[in-house]
Design a protein around this ligand. Structure first.
Ligand code: FAD
Length: 344
């Protein structure tokens, strides 16, 4: 019997492993702390014909009650850094490292560039999955490469930035080849010279309120944490997965059309078109603070759906569908869900 088969657990409740806090039962569950254990777990799943779900912090997942096959909890750790010239460093992080703690460590070392992504829950390995982004910065801006296990061939492959095909809350791993690759480690290229990114108005305003005219990376980090704490519910208190919908991209023409009818429309330029604030659209349809059984729309931010206690994925998906239909009818815009529903 393989070592992994020996530590395999059956019928594990994933309630505390997903930020919605949904009671979901994993048919089989294993935590892996090394590449060797991961390979064994994948081989075991293959031998049994089990579907595999890789679980990081569970903060971008909507889990149904029964999870068939094998859940692999990613816990491969490791942090390292090497200078690469021009005041830059290459930081390598294991996929199971906690994102926010890694960011704190980078800041302590004097490696800058991703301060705006403070307090995003979850693991390093999941960060490239949807090219995490917040407050004017996306992971890809400091991304160099990653190593991933190809579950079809058993080989470890390297992916540079181009191969990852990053997009807005998207990547090759999320929409090109979902489920095929398991990310093992991520390499970032960071600067030893502070260069704060101050594009996001709420961030600029709060820095000003604090009298920080020449903000340092640690100031940006602290302010981002403070804004996030004031706006988003803490999953430890109210189950949620952050933004439930992506901000929809529309053409300039469509944006202008909507703006004429809704002068208060909130939107941001994005490439050739515009990104509409999904939260604003949902709020206009009257959903903010609405509840349906044990799930609802967060009272302070309509983009966040919440589990109020013993809600289920099924209830949440009904509410999500109601919102999609309503926004489509009113604005002619189709909202796309951001977290992954599993099993789909
Ligand atoms: C309060 C709150 C605020 C949030 N704010 C933001 C935000 O500002 N910006 C943002 O972009 N996101 C945000 N999120 C969403 C979420 O935190 C991120 O998407 C995060 O990267 C998910 O990490 P995780 O480890 O929890 O992934 P999980 O939820 O465990 O997994 C997400 C997906 O990635 C896959 N996956 C996980 N690890 C691996 C791996 N090693 N290899 C291959 N596949 C893997 C899973 O199978 C799943 O499909 C927020 C969530 C919450 C709860």
């Amino acid at each position: 019997m393989s070592a992994v088969a020996g530590v395999l657990a059956q019928g594990v409740d994933l309630g505390r492993y997903n930020s919605f806090g949904f009671a979901a039962r994993a048919e089989n569950f294993v935590r892996v702390e090394s590449q060797a254990q991961l390979r064994e777990a994948v081989a075991l799943a293959r031998a049994n014909g089990w579907p595999v779900l890789v679980l990081g912090g569970g903060s971008n997942l909507v889990l149904r009650e029964q999870i068939p096959g094998l859940v692999i909890q990613m816990a491969i750790g490791g942090r390292g850094a090497e200078p690469v010239g021009n005041d830059e460093v290459r930081v390598t992080l294991g996929a199971g490292e906690v994102w926010h703690q890694s960011l704190e460590w980078m800041l302590e070392q004097g490696y800058y560039g991703l301060e705006n992504l403070a307090l995003i829950p979850g693991t390093v390995g999941a960060a490239p999955m949807q090219n995490i982004g917040a407050y004017g910065v996306e992971l890809e801006q400091a991304f160099e490469s990653l190593q991933a296990l190809d579950t079809e061939t058993g080989e470890v492959c390297g992916f540079d930035r181009e191969a990852c095909r990053f997009g807005y809350r998207d990547s090759y791993f999320k929409s090109g080849a979902p489920g095929r690759y398991i990310i093992l480690e991520v390499c970032l290229r960071l600067s030893q010279r502070p260069r704060p990114v101050l594009r996001y108005q709420a961030l600029v305003d709060e820095l000003q309120v604090r009298g920080l005219d020449n903000p340092q990376p640690v100031d940006v980090f602290d302010v981002v944490c403070a804004i996030r704490r004031s706006k988003l519910p803490d999953p430890a208190e109210v189950g949620n997965a952050g933004s439930f919908f992506k901000n929809p991209l529309v053409s300039q023409a469509h944006y202008q059309q909507l703006l004429q009818r809704y002068p208060a429309l909130v939107a941001f330029p994005a490439g050739e078109g515009c990104k509409l604030a999904a939260g604003w659209l949902i709020d206009q349809c009257g959903f903010k603070g609405e509840t349906r059984g044990a799930v609802g729309v967060y009272k302070r931010q309509a983009l966040v759906l919440v589990n109020l206690g013993d809600g289920t994925a099924a209830e949440l998906m009904c509410l999500a569908q109601e919102i999609v239909v309503s926004v489509e009818a009113r604005f002619g815009v189709t909202l796309e869900m951001e977290p992954r529903l599993y099993p789909a």
